[in-house]
Design a protein around this ligand. Structure first.
Ligand code: ASP
Length: 332
């Protein structure tokens, strides 16, 4: 064999196909708002989340994100969001820097700015999940960071990963989104999960019912988005008005920490409670959801009702966050 033949390259690099872009445009991206997601991207994430479910059910974990590090920086209390980000990263073989409790023991207590904390953490991590009490803080962090920032709740603003898991849960439970009647109940003014989910739903053909006390109505800006999308929408103060026709009842707590006047909170805190008696009037295949924590909005006697989906919703959060972490790190 001629030496030249032996050294002939196995293939011509010019003939290689264009590199595959993993993550359907999400690789390297920040996840700040649900406005970044169109139905194609949502379908993509939901398909990946279903694969993550199968993977976890079959083998528990994988090493897809081995060698990658997630920093979980939480300036506000959290149980599910922080735990599910950590579980998601660990089930994908990655590791976590958890700054999820006792931020008061970090340099924040010495007066460090969010920008400096973010620029420090990105020296160690590949992606940061951030929860912060200030509206717009996730965008500020993203402006400073060179690695993806995932908004895990910015005050009364948005909670995009929760909205993704909420929508995924609706689809898993009822098999579709279009054509559904969805009622949101509770603190629609300060509830960031309601804000994000409502904005996502404007991309679908759904009917929306908003149930709240007068002072906790949905912000006008979001209501206008719903109206502009041409959706069938109504507001009421009483959950009894919507219980019989709803396909999904999305219940939320009154967000005590956002009130400047606690007397006002006391007035509205017990505005609604979903009881077995109320559930008896609902459709047989209605789904009741809650982003949790609940503080009295759903009676414990409802938990055994097969329509109570809030703990299945919790688990879906881990699958969605696994899908998102893999996507932003280009490993979908
Ligand atoms: N866990 C959700 C959030 O962080 C809902 C809530 O706190 O009421 O927004």
């Amino acid at each position: 064999m001629l030496v030249e033949e032996k050294l002939r390259p196995l293939f011509n690099f010019d003939d290689l196909p264009e590199p595959v872009h993993f993550g359907n445009g999400l690789t390297g991206q920040d996840i700040i708002s649900v406005s970044q997601f169109n139905p194609d991207k949502l379908d993509y994430i939901f398909a990946r989340a279903q694969e993550m479910r199968e993977l976890v059910e079959r083998i528990g974990s994988t090493d897809l994100l081995k060698g990658y590090v997630l920093a979980c920086l939480f300036y506000e209390p959290s149980t599910r969001t922080s735990a599910s980000f950590i579980a998601a990263m660990e089930r994908l073989g990655g590791s976590v820097i958890p700054i999820t409790q006792g931020v008061e023991f970090s340099s924040v207590s010495k007066g460090e700015t969010l920008a400096d904390t973010i620029r420090t953490l990105e020296q160690y991590a590949d992606v940061i999940a951030l929860r912060h009490p200030k509206l717009g803080s996730a965008q500020v962090a993203a402006d400073y960071a060179n690695i993806p920032i995932i908004n895990a709740g910015d005050g009364p603003g948005e909670h995009p990963t929760q909205a993704l898991l909420d929508l995924f849960t609706i689809k898993e439970e009822l098999g579709r989104i279009n054509g559904l009647k969805i009622a949101m109940v509770g603190d629609l003014r300060y509830g960031r999960t309601v804000h994000s989910l409502t904005q996502l739903l404007t991309q679908y053909d759904v009917s929306l019912r908003f149930v709240s006390p007068e002072i906790l109505r949905l912000p006008m800006k979001i209501m206008n988005q719903v109206i502009d999308a041409g959706l069938d929408v109504r507001e009421t103060h009483d959950v009894a008005d919507v219980i019989e026709n709803a396909d999904v009842l999305y219940v939320t707590r009154v967000q005590k920490e956002r009130f400047t006047d606690l007397a006002q909170y006391e007035e509205v805190k017990n505005h609604h409670e979903i009881t077995p008696e109320l559930m008896a009037r609902a459709k047989q295949n209605m789904v009741i959801m809650h982003p949790l924590p609940r503080v009295g909005e759903i009676h414990y006697a409802v938990d055994d009702d097969p329509r109570a989906a809030y703990f299945r919703q919790v688990k879906n959060g881990m699958y969605i966050r696994m899908a998102l972490l893999a996507a932003v790190l280009g490993k979908a």
